[in-house]
Write a new protein. Sequence first.
Length: 621
Amino acid sequence: MCGIVGYIGKKPVVPVLLEGLKRLEYRGYDSAGIAVVGENGNLHIRRCQGKLRNLEETIRLQPLDGLYGIGHTRWATHGRPTEENAHPHRDCKGDIVVVHNGIIENYLALKEKLAAEGHRFITETDTEVVAHLVEKHHSQDGRPLEEAVRRAVGELTGVFALAILSTRDPNKIVAVRSGPPAVIGLGKDEYFVASDIPAILYHTRDVFFLADGELAVLTPDGVRLMDFAGHAVQRDIQHITWDPIQAEKGGFKHFMLKEIFEQPRAVRDTLLGRVSRETGKVYLGEEMELADEDFRRFREVKIVACGTSWHAALAGKYMIERLARLPVEVDYGSEYRYRDPIIDAGSLTVLISQSGETADTIAAQREAKQKGSKTLAISNVVGSMIPREASGTIYTHAGPEIGVASTKTFSTQLAALFVLALYLAQTRGRLTPEQSKPLIAELLKIPGKLEAILQRDEELEELGRLFFRSHDFLFLGRGIHYPLALEGALKLKEISYIHAEGYPAGEMKHGPNALIDPNLPVVVLATRDPNDHESVTRYEKTVSNIREVKARDGVVIALVTEGDTEARAAADHVFELPPTSELLAPLLEAVPLQLLAYHIAVRRGCDVDQPRNLAKSVTVE
């Protein structure tokens, strides 16, 4: 996930690009760069590793100016986060520059082909291939830049948003979309391209989004639109009425709601480049010092986390044990080092932390390393402490999460854990790539299914209206759904201040049944995978739990799979979820639990983005 901005107009270009990148820094912040074309037609580039402030300092020391240009803030997918790998990238001759958001899946094959034709590559990125490919087509018969780009994208496989300029075809920026977002802004004698509206909203409120398979040509005279086949396209202009503060929230009332709705994108970005539907293979990424042989040698996995990340870890235990048949133990970071854990070189310790700076988890990591264990981090922040001290990292590409209550980071942690479980299963010979294909195919459908759930937010808002005056809640789940019961209870208590408890459904007879009365809403996770025997058995027992609650005059809200009849007949209220694999169901269940908590909290007048007594990252013990 990266951020793109481009500008052509009469304003000084550098401040426009830097301001736009600041608004997009949530999309990536491990490197940044800009390219501008000056009055003499020369191309000037400034790039820098690290956050945007590093680029600003570089430009202060080495000023530049121009008539038009493009900029980029990066979250690394191919190539380490270095200045060399930072965007923009140029071709051999230095006339063409490209900024890119996405993954070029066939870049290695294209790179080999172009190298054989004499092209020289200097970076580890997939993006550099695009610059060379455009150069190849641009050099033939003096084609205009947009024609060269159109031919080049026809050879690309993957998902990508691009902004490209060439000094050989001046006063022109070409923007392309095939997957990631690209918005075009129309001002008075000035035109913009960006990955998101906030980057340009301070300059214009008239915008339109490119559709997949479309290309825009920005010049000082206006914007032309065509599809990848070269046919002209017309598009209605949208007038944005948000103020700048609303824009940062994407038009949502709260950051938490915005972040809930960002989950399809966040999960999709976390999976990009890590699983292949075609080959069935799984890749953990380049931030990995551990070799396949290391993963084969481990006898057990220890997962350490806090709060919401601990619930993701508990779900990950089910995933890894089921797919890789490797024993997993889950620990709270705050408890881990105080019990003198039994751990050695045969243990892989996985640390999960959104910020990568959670004090308890850092302490646990150091304890594990001291005892000889290799450590692997799952984190959302590039270059934070836990990834720096780990032997490998799976970055979750959730982007900045402003709301204190974790939402999209939880979903991306679940996605990362499922990828890790598949990888362990393959490297340890428990699953072949061919056997993995159905699981990967289902995994890649999750973002679309999340979008379908989010479109039914009104149903959860109505449930919030019905139950916001409740004083207590009980959440029940079995198997991998038990961690989701814990997470649902945590979300509710965090932001609404209602006492809530998550419990294994099979333990109801051992105490919680005493709490049930007509004033206690009981949320039951009762989805099922009809192709999974264990899932069907679990579901049947969960339906029995629903009947137990009803027999004691409790009120049941059930999450069920589309087409369900048994749980629907027993419960008072149901919310249907699209069918999916048993191990992937938590990714779908998380969203309605988050939205239920959100709507209850809003009706109670609570500050959902900044709940009392809580902070986003716990960096002290």
